[in-house]
Write a protein that binds this ligand. Structure first.
Ligand SMILES: N[C@@H](CCC[C@H](N)C(=O)O)C(=O)O
Length: 367
């Protein structure tokens, strides 16, 4: 698969600015992709609905109209051998979103996902997400491949992006919620009036064998404040599944308080991910406590490495912090890409995550 992407900027402020100046040639173009303004040539006028322009980023960058006027939006296009996608991010955790509503087989294979996610030879992303037909009465199914091609059960930032993507596919605006079938069961994202997405992430799973972890459980079957030897250091860990496995640590037996900025994630992260105590590998969150309602975490994700944010990880962190007596049930969790609001409800034992999801660009690639 040779990757030559055509990208289209979203209908947000930057492209409107661009439209306003579209009669000049060359023009100054402010893309949301880069802080550096680019000078581009206009090949023709504007298109229909979603993409007002296509930007071909292959050899020479130029802007052109769609080949012919079509009543369809960009996302309705069907050309064999071409994948139309929208790239979204949730606090910098970025995904290639694929409209897969017409089939129950993902349109991209795990190997292709690896290539598409490559940040040098592909589009660049932490994963590929498919909006698929719902099952058992749900509105949709979400499937996802990590950037290493593995398939996780759930993705918190991804499901916020999926909600926004579906709203666009359905051409719906304003407050709206969807029932989504995932590998972690039913998840319900709700788009708020302010554009953020609040997600009912369901209940955390604490039973060691279901997380899964081979660490010896406490009497109630949970693994809370257990000792895990990683590379000669003894880490204190709490294991939580949000459908996908998480190992949360606040420090080692020697240093109880982590300073997460000082960690060498690329070194220590893989040692947790592939630790023999985690038969399905694990995501790992390294956490610093500022106050009972304010935490900071860095994450090493299973199948994706260091990412700027992890929604399921932030939920697992609040559960672990509550179980270890370090935090309240409602916290702000700071991630490298920004904050998430997490609440572990006492009423229904569900976790509620609120955060943003934004379009980065629209694009097409040959598959
Ligand atoms: N970034 C995601 C989690 C994606 C899946 C994870 N890498 C896994 O393999 O479990 C999130 O926001 O939750």
């Amino acid at each position: 698969m040779a990757i030559a992407a055509a990208i289209t900027v979203p209908l947000t402020t930057p492209s409107r600015r661009f439209l306003a100046s579209a009669s000049a040639n060359p023009i100054r173009f402010s893309s949301p992709l880069t802080a550096q303004p680019k000078y581009l040539k206009i090949a023709a006028g504007r298109g229909t609905q979603c993409p007002n322009f296509r930007i071909c980023a292959a050899s020479s960058m130029r802007i052109e109209a769609p080949e012919k006027a079509s009543p369809d939006s960009f996302l309705d296009r069907k050309e064999s051998g071409i994948l139309h996608f929208v790239k979204y991010h949730g606090l910098g955790n970025d995904f290639i979103l694929v409209d897969n509503r017409d089939t129950t087989e993902p349109k991209v294979s795990p190997d292709q996902a690896v290539q598409l996610c490559d940040r040098n030879f592909g589009i660049g992303a932490d994963g590929v997400i498919f909006a698929m037909p719902g099952v058992n009465g749900t509105d949709y199914t979400m499937r996802i491949f990590n950037s290493d091609g593995s398939e996780p059960e759930m993705c918190g930032n991804g499901i916020r992006c999926l909600a926004k993507f579906i709203a666009e596919l359905e051409n719906s605006r304003g407050k709206r919620s969807f029932t989504i079938h995932t590998g972690a069961g039913l998840i319900v994202p709700e788009i708020q009036e302010d554009g953020k997405v609040r997600v009912d992430m369901g209940e955390p799973i604490l039973k060691a064998s279901d997380v899964p972890t081979k660490l010896p459980p406490n009497k109630d079957q949970s693994v809370v404040k257990a000792r895990l030897d990683v590379d000669g250091s003894e880490w204190n860990v709490t294991c939580v599944s949000m459908g996908n496995p998480h190992c949360v640590t606040f420090g080692t037996s020697q240093s109880q308080d982590l300073h997460v900025d000082e960690l060498n994630l690329a070194d220590i992260g893989p040692k947790f991910e592939h630790h023999v105590m985690f038969p399905a590998r694990t995501n790992t969150e390294f956490v610093q406590v500022f106050s009972p309602t304010h935490l900071k975490m860095h994450v090493w994700e299973r199948g994706a490495g260091a990412t700027l944010a992890c929604g399921t990880g932030a939920c697992a962190v609040v559960v672990a912090a509550v179980l270890e007596g370090r935090a309240a049930r409602r916290c702000t969790v700071d991630l490298p890409g920004g904050p998430l609001d997490i609440e572990w409800s006492e009423k229904d034992n569900h976790i509620y995550m609120t955060g943003p999801a934004e379009v980065v660009f629209y694009g097409s690639v040959p598959l």
